[in-house]
Ligand binder design. Structure first.
Ligand SMILES: CC(C)(COP(=O)(O)OP(=O)(O)OC[C@H]1O[C@@H](n2cnc3c(N)ncnc32)[C@H](O)[C@@H]1OP(=O)(O)O)[C@@H](O)C(=O)NCCC(=O)NCCS
Length: 275
């Protein structure tokens, strides 16, 4: 895959009803330029996959096959190619977030179910929030500390991903400070259909609620998506009390060594293409 394939990638994401923008495709390419692949039929890109390494943990994303070309083994072949690329001696765990259509393809390749994510969709009402919030803008000096929080939640060192996301959307990077220490953060980005809040990592329920309230009220009046670990009941309770509704489910899957991520800290994930 090269940058020239991104417009066609956007056609495939639109066909599948996904939320990614060109920036999401370009971010995948920038993180692992040699790890993103396309399948062509007579010069037309009909399938895609992206792979990205964060040290011993790798992520697979943007597995898409044009509806007219499905059930011919294209996704399986693309996955096998990406998995071969990832065998570099250091990758111990490969992860992805599967849709119901993707799950059987991945199971046949040895991926196992880890946990469920609930995609929530909603709109925060305009003017419904008090102006006073302890959540503040996070300038660049804080970014390594935020990445450390992200690592505590995801068991993955995603600094290159976060650094790029934060640079793209610096005003969406928000943090909560307690008595001198950071208690959590949130970030976000625009989507084709809705603003995506994530990642959002919080020390405890009080911090999670303040961070989500801040992130959602800053997007008041427009559609927002959040991918919340279904096991994080506090996050789901807060969203459902404020009118957010489950839209679909994703299944986090793994091949290789299990990771010790902390779902209680994870109030909203980055999104399906990078977890
Ligand atoms: C999920 C998706 C990528 C699968 O792509 P695909 O190219 O159809 O996948 P494959 O052909 O490799 O495998 C799909 C099925 O076709 C079967 N198949 C493979 N080759 C076949 C062939 N020659 N003839 C008939 N069936 C075949 C596979 O066994 C598999 O069967 P199963 O669903 O019963 O397990 C595609 O449906 C898609 O793009 N969906 C929308 C986006 C999405 O959900 N992506 C997954 C993100 S996690």
């Amino acid at each position: 895959m090269t940058e020239a394939d991104v417009p066609r990638g956007m056609e495939l994401t639109a066909q599948a009803g996904w939320n990614q923008t060109s920036l999401d495709w370009l971010r995948c390419l920038a993180l692992e330029p040699d790890g993103c692949f396309v399948w062509e039929e007579h010069g037309l890109v009909v399938g895609t996959v992206t792979a990205c390494r964060f040290g011993p943990v790798a992520w697979i994303g943007l597995v898409l096959v044009d509806a007219a070309y499905r059930r011919r083994g294209i996704a399986t072949a693309l996955m096998e190619h990406a998995l071969t690329y990832l065998v570099d001696g250091r990758v111990e765990t490969v992860r992805l977030d599967a849709t119901p259509l993707g799950r059987p393809v991945y199971e046949k390749l040895g991926f196992v179910a880890e946990y469920e994510l609930t995609r929530y969709e909603g709109v925060w009402p305009k003017g419904a929030d008090p102006a006073l919030s302890p959540v503040e803008a996070a300038d660049r000096a804080f970014w390594p500390e935020l990445a450390a929080w992200d690592r505590a939640a995801t068991a993955t060192d995603r600094l290159p991903l976060l650094d790029r996301l934060f640079t793209e959307q610096p005003t969406a990077v928000r943090l909560l400070r307690g008595q001198g220490t950071v208690e959590g953060f949130s970030a976000g980005r625009p989507g084709r259909l809705a603003w995506q809040v994530g990642p959002c990592v919080a020390r405890d329920e009080a911090a999670g609620i303040l961070l989500l309230r801040d992130a959602l009220s800053r997007q008041a009046g427009q559609s927002v998506f959040l991918d919340v670990p279904t096991a994080n009941e506090a996050a789901r309770r807060f969203l459902e009390e404020h009118g957010w509704r489950p839209q679909r489910m994703l299944l986090r899957m793994r091949r290789g060594k299990p990771l010790r991520d902390n779902l209680a800290l994870m109030w909203s994930c980055f999104g399906p293409e990078k977890g």
